[in-house]
Design a protein around this ligand. Structure first.
Ligand code: SAM
Ligand code: SF4
Length: 330
């Protein structure tokens, strides 16, 4: 068996997105319904199991792991898990996506534990709008978290914005200026139809082309060839070349040919593609084979042969995948 992970299309899989919890202190309108039922503890992978999966992937050549959720920082023991994963020989980067609400106290411990970069979600700079989008979040907490992260010495910090017409699209240029002033990168994400969240998504859908036009009203843009093997395209600003601006357009499938990633849900389902339900039940395998990794590796190599060549999302807002984003490992 090969010691790198190759899928059925010959793509090398070296990036694992690991969801460490489906729980969250926010209820963002694009991600969750107002009333959510979370998974019972027994169905969720334990910290040891999460670590075991990470180590299996790193032993098979995974170079990057992103911890996400749900909100990864509400998982008890998260800093210790980061420390152990960051120390795996061969791993180049441990990174995390967070809503920032706990960063005021956790940014420094995470940096010390070996987390190299952070993505922090920030959809509005207006406290009332921020509250309306997140349903439970406080903007001032997240802003304090961003400051704590800036002081903690991460290699890079990137803001993530899900753009919705009628909610925050008009703030796009201000969010770009916020990022520039603080030396942060920023990515704008098209809303994806994941899970029934109790609102019509199609009418607020804002395409990356529209977001780009909004930024171009204030700044001259330079296209950049940088890419991450994922659904992001980047531009730089002529006047602020250090700021990287990303457009994450999951509706476009242009990037599928270079896809290098798989996701593990917190229930231990290895999702081969965000836009498909194809998966492997790793939790059952981990529990059936507590001391031998060989059968698990075998199953992962076989499952990768079924990784879809591409996904299709339509921008109508229709739900095509029943999972919620918080359960998908964002
Ligand atoms: N709780 C963390 C956070 O919000 O950053 C990490 C998990 S969250 C699911 C990961 C990313 O997915 C966030 O940037 C969030 O804005 C984005 N997201 C959630 N639901 C989405 C959806 N339906 N379409 C597009 N992006 C979504
Ligand atoms: Fe929580 Fe992140 Fe989903 Fe918002 S996007 S509800 S912060 S998991």
């Amino acid at each position: 068996m090969s010691d790198v992970l190759l899928d059925g299309c010959g793509r090398r899989i070296d990036y694992l997105r690991l969801s460490v919890t489906d729980r969250c202190d926010f209820r963002c309108v694009y991600c969750m319904a107002e009333n959510m039922t979370f998974l019972p503890r027994a169905q969720v992978l334990g910290l040891e199991e999460l670590y075991r999966v990470a180590s299996i992937f790193v032993a098979q050549g995974a170079r990057k792991i992103r911890l996400t959720g749900g909100e990864p920082l509400v998982r008890k023991g998260i800093v210790g898990l980061c420390e152990k994963i960051a120390a795996l020989p061969g791993l180049r980067e441990l990174v995390m996506t967070t809503n920032g609400s706990q960063l005021n106290k956790l940014a420094a411990p995470l940096a010390r534990a070996g987390v190299r970069r952070l993505n922090i979600s920030l959809d509005s700079l207006d406290p009332a709008r921020f509250r309306a989008i997140t349903r439970t979040g406080h903007l001032h907490q997240v802003l304090a978290g961003i400051e704590a992260a800036r002081e903690a010495g991460f290699e890079r910090i990137k803001l993530n914005v899900v753009v919705m017409k009628g909610r925050n699209a008009d703030e796009v240029p201000d969010l770009v200026d916020f990022a520039i002033a603080r030396g942060l990168d920023i990515s704008f994400i098209e809303e994806m139809p994941l899970g029934e969240v109790g609102r019509e998504r199609g009418e607020s859908f804002c395409s990356s082309d529209e977001v780009r036009a909004l930024i171009a009203e204030r700044h001259a843009l330079i296209d950049s060839a940088e890419h991450s093997g994922g659904p992001a395209r980047y531009v730089r600003l002529k006047d602020h070349p250090q700021t990287r601006i990303g457009f994450i357009s999951p509706h476009s499938h242009n990037f599928c040919a270079t896809c290098n990633r798989v996701r593990l849900t917190v229930e231990g389902r290895l999702l081969l593609c965000l836009g498909h339900e194809n998966s492997l039940d790793l939790r059952a395998l981990l529990r059936r084979h507590p001391t031998s990794d060989a059968p698990i590796l075998d199953a992962i190599h076989n499952a990768l042969q079924r990784k879809p060549a591409r996904h299709e999302f339509s921008s109508s807002g229709e739900v095509q995948v029943l999972r919620f984003m918080n359960a998908s490992g964002g």
